[in-house]
Each structure stands twice: as C-alpha cells, then as structure tokens.
Design a protein around this ligand. Sequence first.
Ligand code: ATP
Length: 311
Amino acid sequence: MATSAEVTARAPAKVNLELVVGALRPDGYHDLATVFQAVALADDVTARPARDEASDDVTVTVSGPQAAAVPLDGSNLAVRAARLLAAHTGLDARVHLHIHKEIPVAGGMAGGSADAAAALVACDALWGTGLSRDELRALAAELGSDVPFSLLGGTAVGTGRGERLTPALARGDHHWVIALAARGLPTPAVYRELDRLRGRRVLPEPRVSDRLMQALRSGNAEALGAALANDLQPAACSLAPELERTLALGASCGALGGIVAGSGPTVAFLVRGPEQAMDLSVSLAASGQVGDVRRTHGPVPGARIVEPGRG
Ligand code: ATP
C-alpha cells in the first residue's frame, strides 16, 4: 500500500437506533447510551501525495451534492485526522485529500466523523504506517466521539460520549428511507434545548433498552421499528416543529418506525424493503415538506479501502 499513488477509503453514515441521554455533566458533556447502525450512505476520501513539493501540509477538496457546506480549512475533520496521524507517527504529512460527500452535512448522521475515519484509513494505507486497529481507534477517539464508530461500522452499543463501543448481536439487513431537512440544526443547540425541557429532573444512568437489543437479535424489523427511540427527538422537534409533520407522514405511509437521526434534523424511517422504501420516498418528495430523500440499508462495515470511483 505504501507505494500506491493514491488510496480511497469509504466510511458510512450512522443512524442511532436508540439514543439515551443522561444528565448534563460538570464538564458540559452528557453521558450517553446509544445503539449505532452504519448505513450504506457513505463518503469516499481519496488520499494522494501532495503535488506541490513546497507544501508541508494537508490540503482538501470536496465534491458531491452538499460540497459547498463543508469547510476547506484546518477545521475539516478529515484534515485534522491526517494531521493527527502524521503527528502520531512522525511521518511527512504532505497529502491531498479529496472527499466525495454523499452524507448530509449537519444532518445528525456523523458525516464529518465518517470523513475523519476514512482519512485515517486512507492515509494509514498511503503512508504504510503499520499501526494496529487499536492504535487507529485511539486516534479516532481523540478526533471526536462518533469517529470510533465510523471506523468500526456494523451495529454497536456506544457508552461514555458514544466512543466506548461494543459490537451488538444483530440479525438481518434493514432498509431505511432518509428524509433530509431543508435547513441544518446545530448539535449544541439541540442539547441545550433538551436541558431546558428537562429542567431539574433527576435522571438515571443512561442504558439502552432490552426491547431494542432483543429486536436486533431477532432480526424482526417490525419489533425494531417499534423500539426506535431518541431522547433528543423532543428537543429537535421543539427547535424545528416541521419534523413532527415529517414523522407523522412516514407513519401514515406505513413506515415500521421513524426517528430523528441523532440531533437531527434528518429523519430516518425503517421500512419493510426496497418497494416500500420507493413508495415512501415518493410520498415524502411529493409532500414538499423535506429537502431531499435517500434510500439506504444497514448494517454495513466501517471505514475501509475501496477501488476509487466504485459505485
Ligand atoms: P453528528 O451527527 O456527529 O453530530 P452531523 O452529522 O450533524 O454530526 P456533520 O456533517 O458531521 O454533522 O458536520 C457538522 C459540522 O462540522 C459542519 O457544519 C461543518 O462545519 C463541520 N465539518 C468539519 N469537517 C467536516 C466534514 N469533513 N464534513 C462535514 N462537515 C464537516
């Protein structure tokens, strides 16, 4: 791998099948218990040696439907990932990253985290660092709480801030319809709204429900649809009331379950299969209530090397 001219890695978006948010901690974070599922909606990050020999840094370009919303400076999570890997290994960081972005930006599907995970995997292969998967996982956790899951993929339980992962026993391939909102919803604002709505309520230690874990083990899509849960949903709906209408539309079209994805404003619907996915997509698009609609499925693997341009 170290000798190849460029390496492309693909990393998946995630849906939180359940998101249980604990009390606000003194450090400003919340303890979480969540179940992630990686879905086929994914970004590709291609790493190639920088052409400009004088450059001593990481550069980035972005293509895809929402490319304009992605920062091109040092705040880009893929750039931060490449720099962290270079600093950790002592290798020359001169690299150009190209992100082909399919994951909605600021949609609660961890698109930036996916790019960080894909950049770690691509640069690791390009530079032939020889790091173990555990070392890559530790770097991922430094970059953000959702990055380790983007690396792992599949279906997994996350605790702490979501970065402590245990793969979950899950059967079956699940079909999702993703309704993108016309506007973004900043994650910190949604957590603030949740704290406001909860007031001084004393909260138990967050833990995922037996009902959801049982539905995953059985592979029963109806049971899974009924068990989907997200503590952030009332807060997201309070800030963006149109989400309630989108959820109601999915339910009236027979979706097995609907949930605000992470902190929103994307809504994910679990459906029976490709045919129902197509019907629901048409209804959502025709409603004029949503920005865009995607069909996908999961679980899929975490960040991995692919042939460039592969569909
Ligand atoms: P999460 O679900 O982890 O809260 P999200 O999916 O809601 O995240 P992202 O798409 O990851 O949101 O982006 C949030 C913000 O991060 C963007 O508004 C953007 O400014 C910044 N950002 C940094 N790097 C990237 C990247 N590679 N792709 C997208 N956004 C990025």
